[in-house]
Design a protein around this ligand. Sequence first.
Ligand code: NAD
Length: 239
Amino acid sequence: MSKVALVTGGTRGIGAAISIALQEAGRTVVASYAGNVEKAEAFSAATGIQTLKFDAGDFAECEAAVAQISAEQGPIEILVNNAGITRDGTMARMTRDMWDAVIDTNLGSCFNLCKLTFDGMKTKKFGRVVNIGSINGQAGQYGQVNYAAAKSGIHGFTKALAQEGARFGITVNAIAPGYVDTDMVRAVPEDVLGKIIARIPVGRLGQAEDIARGVVFLTADESGFITGSTLSINGGQHM
Ligand code: NAD
C-alpha cells in the first residue's frame, strides 16, 4: 500500500509542486490549504489529489484533520510542514497580532502536526517529516523579525525532534529555500526583487519544483540515514 503524505499549504506555490512530486513518487497525498475553496477544488480536479481545508496553526482543527485523514486514507507516515505566511513590518510597525499570526502558522503548525502524527509513526517504525524553513531564518531579513524567528525556530525544532525520532525509523529534516517564484515572492516590490535576484549566484529565482525535488529525496524510503539536516536549496546563496 502506498504511504500517506500530508502536505500543508499543498494546493499552491511550493506546496502544490511538493504534492504533485510526492504523488508522482507513488505516495497517497492529502494537500491541506487555508484559503480559497474554488482554487483548491480546481487543483484537486486537475491532479486527482485530495484537498482538505483546515488552519494548520490551530491545534483543534489539526486534530480533527489528522483523525479524518487517518480514518479515510490510513495513518500519516509522511508529513510536509509547508504552510507559511508573512506579515512584514519593522519593529516600529509590527503588532502583537502580526507576530502571533506568523509564529502560529509557520512554527506552531509544525508542533501541532508533529505532535498529532508522531506516535503513529513510532508504531509503524517509519516516518518522514520535512519542515519548510527559509533562507531568512538562516540570515534574518529587514522587516521580518516574526518570520525570521519562526523559520529559525523551525530549524531548531527539526534538529531536536530528529533526536527523538531516530530510534523509531522517523527522520525529521528541514529545507531552507532561497527565493522561489511564487505568490509570496511576487508580492515583493519589483525594484527590491531585482536586487534580490542580483545576489543569487545561479542568477534566477528558484522554481517550486526545485524545492519539491528535495522533499522527494528526503522522504524516500531509502533516506533513513539523513535526519536533523537542513537542506539549503537557494541557487548558491548560502548564508
Ligand atoms: P504561498 O503563499 O504561495 O503558499 C502558502 C500556502 O500556505 C498556501 O497554500 C496557503 O493556503 C497555506 N497556508 C497559509 N496559512 C495557512 C494556515 N494557517 N493553515 C494551513 N495552510 C496555510 O507561499 P509559498 O511561496 O509557496 O511558500 C511555501 C512555504 O515555503 C512557506 O512556508 C514559506 O514560508 C516557505 N518559503 C518560501 C519562499 C519563497 O521564496 N517563496 C522562500 C523560503 C521559504
